[in-house]
Write a protein that binds this ligand. Structure first.
Ligand SMILES: O=C(O)C(=O)C[C@]1(C(=O)O)C=C[C@@H](O)C=C1
Length: 357
């Protein structure tokens, strides 16, 4: 039997929206939230049953008693339901109540044993699975988790970008580090990528900004926490939206075209891209020239037995280049990062020269 995949990019022209409470708190809270979300066309509901918390003492979810409430709500409303599972027992329990979609949380994705256990327990069930990025900024762990599910024959897969944890407080509860999901997509272009602006922002005012940024970057969907009474929610009170606020936000988000359309637009784009190719060539030639000079100094240092690292000169470069970049409207941090890398490479090349026979 060939089952139709839920997470198939071709079936979702518009961003896929998943919404619902951080935690399921009571049958009434669940039904009220679902009914308001259904009124605005939401078809996939999320709800926390088991909540892994960083520190003990926070609300850890009601557990299995919430599962029949989900089943009850599903019998009344045309929705699919997604929950987080963190062990084979969770999967076993949830399957008894025919939960539709299973997601692997950020704290589970870090642990290959846990990922394997969950993949094995979902094997052959045909259930769609979503894999959140690991809490730490490690692309390989995220990719590895996807591969474990694929190896178990589970191909109805999506991933969720929920941001990466910070050591100190920053504007975001979890830093988005957008380059990581972008790189993920280069490895798995066919897998749907859903953004979770609630966990990235940690506060409701920021949710629309993050959601818009995700759509600008061509994410396939959004998972947004919503609650009928967010201020009194048992978990994540600051980041949940009311269903009405969610509706307003979704109506204000701008969706972008995935690609350029039309011959005129395409040929203009092609022309600019050729100019970028030329600019990149010039850049590489400039780098080649720089490293030839660095090597020359390397030989000179070897001849005179002088150390590779010349701190005063390096400091002068590190301070002057961002200044030179100012009238060219070049970002200071970018210049410092680029010259930091160039300096590392100079040191590597010159060390090789000094250490050679
Ligand atoms: O000026 C030098 O001594 C160099 O070798 C060049 C260079 C550079 O990359 O610009 C490399 C290493 C030094 O620490 C400082 C500067």
């Amino acid at each position: 039997m060939i089952l139709k995949k839920l997470f198939n990019k071709k079936n979702h022209k518009n961003p896929l929206i998943i919404s619902g409470p951080c935690s399921i708190e009571s049958p009434n809270q669940l039904e009220e939230t679902v009914s308001q979300l259904v009124d605005q066309g939401i078809e996939i509901i999320r709800g926390g049953v088991w909540k892994p918390r960083t520190r003990p003492g926070s609300f850890e979810g009601l557990g299995s008693i919430a599962l029949p409430w989900i089943q009850e709500v599903k019998s009344k409303y045309p929705v699919k339901f997604a929950i987080e599972v963190a062990s084979a027992e969770h999967v076993e329990e949830a399957l008894k109540y025919d939960i539709d979609i299973y997601w692997i949380g950020a704290r589970s994705t870090v642990n290959p044993f846990t990922v394997q256990e969950i993949a094995d327990s979902l094997k052959g069930t045909g259930k769609p699975v979503m894999i959140k990025n690991p809490v730490n900024a490690d692309l390989s762990l995220w990719m590895g988790a996807v591969e474990r599910f694929q190896k178990a024959g589970i191909t109805d897969l999506a991933v969720i970008h929920r941001g990466f944890s910070n050591f100190r407080d920053t504007i975001h509860r979890n830093s988005p580090l957008w380059q990581i999901p972008i790189e993920f997509r280069t490895h798995f272009p066919e897998i749907m990528m859903i953004n979770d602006p609630s966990h990235i922002s940690g506060k409701r005012e920021l949710v629309p900004l993050i959601a818009q940024k995700a759509l600008d970057l061509n994410f396939d969907g959004l998972m947004i926490e919503s609650h009928i009474d967010p201020d009194n929610a048992w978990s994540d009170a600051q980041q949940q939206l009311t269903p009405a606020d969610l509706k307003k936000m979704l109506s204000e988000l701008k969706t972008r075209k995935v690609k350029f359309e039309g011959q005129k637009m395409k040929s203009q784009l092609e022309e600019i891209r050729q100019q970028i190719d030329q600019a990149d060539h010039d850049l590489l030639e400039a780098l080649h020239r720089r490293f030839e000079l660095v090597e020359k100094i390397g030989e000179y240092k070897k001849l005179n037995n002088v150390a590779v690292l010349q701190l005063d000169r390096w400091k002068e470069i590190f301070e002057s280049r961002p200044e030179w970049g100012k009238p060219l409207r070049l970002n200071k941090d970018l210049i410092q990062e680029i010259f930091g890398l160039l300096h590392q490479e100079s040191i590597r090349k010159q060390t090789e020269i000094l250490d050679s026979e």
